[in-house]
Write a protein that binds this ligand. Sequence first.
Ligand SMILES: Cc1cc2nc3c(=O)[nH]c(=O)nc-3n(C[C@H](O)[C@H](O)[C@H](O)COP(=O)(O)OP(=O)(O)OC[C@H]3O[C@@H](n4cnc5c(N)ncnc54)[C@H](O)[C@@H]3O)c2cc1C
Length: 380
Amino acid sequence: MSEDSVTAVREAAEGLTRRISRDYWLKCARENRFPTELWEGMAETGLLGVSVPEEYGGSGGGLSELMVLNEITARAGIISLFFVLGSFARMPIIRHGSAEQIRRFVTPTATGEAKMCFGVTEPNAGTNTFRLQTTARRTDTGWLVNGSKVFITGARDADSMLLIARTSPFDPERPRGGLSLFILDARTPGIEFQRLNIEVLGESQYLVFFKDAALPADALIGQEGQGMKYLFDGLNTERLVLASMAVGLGNRALDKAVAYTRERAPFGQPIGSYQGLQHPMARAKTQLEAARLMMNEAARIFDGGGDAGPLANMAKLLASEACEQAVDIALQAHGGYGFDQDYDVVTLWPFARLMRVAPVNNEMILNYIGEHVLGLPRSY
Ligand SMILES: Cc1cc2nc3c(=O)[nH]c(=O)nc-3n(C[C@H](O)[C@H](O)[C@H](O)COP(=O)(O)OP(=O)(O)OC[C@H]3O[C@@H](n4cnc5c(N)ncnc54)[C@H](O)[C@@H]3O)c2cc1C
């Protein structure tokens, strides 16, 4: 990280949010339309390439730049889960893929020519990624994939998919083994999509079926059986980017609450002067700032090559809870209008609440802290 590159991303993101409005984003979400103008704006300003090294056609930077970008866009109410998940998906390819895989699949995502989705969650395995059932079987020409993935954000609009699949049977002695990572053309014959009715505004989620989908031999990333290891490399990044979005969205909710409660005065005094509203707003602000301090410290440790796991997990926990509290008090402060979609407060709630569940639920975060920070026995 350099101060200059973080500042450059901040300025580009602020410029983008002046050009692309929350109204445009909401309209696309409600019409189930891909936000093309947002995507093109991110491509033109180099924001799509943040965290992709310059030698691969990206804008460079790393975690700190991704965090700043996502916090600013979330505060403006523009949340691209697709971008966030795509930025996680391309990370293992940059780190472990071949030069050809990076050229073919990563570089176009940095320039805006192509989009990548993230195919990990399965209907039966859920949080327990070790028990994935989708299989990739070796053939004379490559791999044959069978199985299904669920909740895959943006699968309909994606050109490629990062996929984790089982290449050898589950072995309880080596639960992380037997899983491999693939990068594939999302339009490969044998791949079908079914849209889910998810109550979170933004890009849609899909059930994805693989029925004898034939992949070329070079779809495998790195070594066979190392998929979990490659995926786990990015977990701290995932938690901190999520935390930055939660801090951004929580502050958006508070901005709205403060503006509204300064003006609204059914008893003559602005309702923002009542402690019943003011104190919870002050508390939510304090918790958002605590989360921000922790996530920045975790990012500093991460960028310095240290073990950011404990603070990254704690920051995700704090930020997701603080965001939910901020949206909750914003709803309370708006009274009945909070539930009017035109006031755009209740519309923040599903995403704020989602962050306690995905991409990793807070119980798993607490499990991590219990086991790896407190040294307690594994609880599950
Ligand atoms: C809007 C949205 C977008 C998503 N996008 C993607 C995507 O693009 N790609 C992708 O791969 N996935 C995606 N996901 C999936 C998301 O990451 C999963 O929903 C999540 O990992 C949890 O899996 P599950 O829903 O099967 O929950 P389950 O595993 O069934 O867990 C349900 C609940 O049980 C509890 N629980 C589970 N395990 C434990 C445990 N060990 N200890 C304590 N409590 C536990 C938690 O409270 C958890 O919320 C998305 C989900 C949503 C809703």
